[in-house]
Write a protein that binds this ligand. Structure first.
Ligand code: IPM
Ligand code: MG
Length: 360
């Protein structure tokens, strides 16, 4: 198979971790007879430096012409980087929001899974970590507060800022359907997380999701308020299978879920539209504090490439080969700094990539 991939290494640790994911993909290609054609594009701070724009229309057009996008991370230190002196619409994050919107990537899948080998990295009580967990956060990605009208202005002499949270039923229905479809392939449970005791938008989410649930009689459907969900994630994460939620709740809860796996460096993500096209990126950020030191954990990005093989290219066998290789290196005791216990030997970012590639 010929796979055409736009590669956006981005800023911070992005270039380091994406390079390792490409190494692993090439190892799979060699073994199973596929060719991965990469075209490297700029987005985020590096694009600001070159074009004065975090994402040019030309870059969007090239990305659209490919089968998938493999992304590292974008952005820098918000306190010190000159990128954050620019107006908001010219900052690195604006590039990320623009590519999500332009490519219609409304469904963001963020799996959070506790590897048995990493139980000790899990910050929760042993009795909770013992039970393990395996959930999929389905975050709506192109609506809500992130894309509603916003402004800051003086109202009656008082500075006032407004952000608008809007959803229509179609936006809710399409992601709810994706959530239930994915639940059917997993443990068949969907938890809708909302704030329906306060927000109208949440009440619409409940109404529409309940309708969708009727088409999936095999799936257990429940609702949970977002503040409670934040508590339940640390109290009993094993209860969750698919967690379906709107954009901002999903942003926050997916970071919380990643932390209980032991490291944000382990978590992949996929952002999908209605076709096979997808954008695949690690859940963690650009980590400017450790950039360029070759100590980042490339596993999240490698697992994002796994999601790409599965969701865009339907290469399940190949995806599994990488997953098994990751499990193997962990079983063999190789650890990057973020997941190493005190005193445990540590491998560098590029060594981790090579170890996984060798085991594919
Ligand atoms: C994420 C990030 C982004 C988001 C930021 C960088 C805009 O936190 O992908 O979770 O909030 O969506
Ligand atoms: Mg986030």
């Amino acid at each position: 198979m010929n796979c055409n991939i736009a590669v956006i290494k981005g800023d911070g640790i992005g270039p380091e971790v994406v390079t390792e994911a490409m190494k692993v993909l090439d190892a799979v290609g060699k073994k199973y007879g596929h060719t991965f054609n990469y075209e490297q594009l700029l987005m985020g701070g590096c694009s600001i430096d070159k074009y004065g724009d975090p994402l040019t229309d030309e870059t969007v057009a090239i990305a659209k012409s490919k089968d998938a996008v493999l992304l590292g991370s974008i952005g820098g230190n918000t306190q010190t980087s000159p990128w954050y002196k620019l107006p908001p619409e010219k900052r690195p994050e604006a590039g990320l929001l623009k590519i999500r919107k332009e490519l219609g990537l409304f469904a963001n899948l963020r799996p959070a899974y506790l590897y048995p080998e990493l139980k000790e990295a899990c910050p929760l009580k042993e009795s909770v970590a013992e039970r393990g967990f395996d959930m999929m956060i389905m975050r709506e990605l192109t609506g809500g507060l992130y894309f509603g009208d916003r402004y800051t202005k003086e109202v009656d002499g008082v500075m006032t800022a407004v952000d608008t949270l809007t959803y229509n039923e179609n936006e809710i229905r399409r992601i709810a359907i994706k959530g239930f479809d994915i639940a059917m392939k997993r443990r068949k449970k969907v938890t809708l997380v909302d704030k329906a005791n306060v927000l109208d938008s949440s009440r619409l989410w409940r109404k529409v999701t309940e309708e969708v649930a009727k088409d999936y009689p095999e799936v257990t459907y429940e609702t949970m308020l977002v503040d409670n969900a934040a508590m339940q994630l640390v109290k009993d994460p094993a209860q969750f299978d698919v967690m379906l939620t709107e954009n901002m709740f999903g942003d926050i809860l997916s970071d919380e879920a990643s932390m209980i796996t032991g490291s944000i460096g382990m978590l992949s993500s996929a952002s999908l539209n209605e076709t096979k096209f997808g954008l695949y990126e690690p859940s963690g950020g650009s980590a400017p504090d450790i950039a360029g030191q070759n100590i980042a954990n490339p596993i999240a990005t490698i697992l994002s490439a796994v999601m790409m093989l599965r969701y865009t290219f339907d290469l399940d066998k190949e995806a599994e080969a990488i997953e098994n290789a990751v499990k193997k290196v962990l079983e063999e005791g190789y650890r990057t700094i973020d997941i190493a216990k005190p005193g445990e030997p540590q491998v560098k970012c590029d060594e981790m990539g090579t170890l996984i590639a060798e085991r594919v």
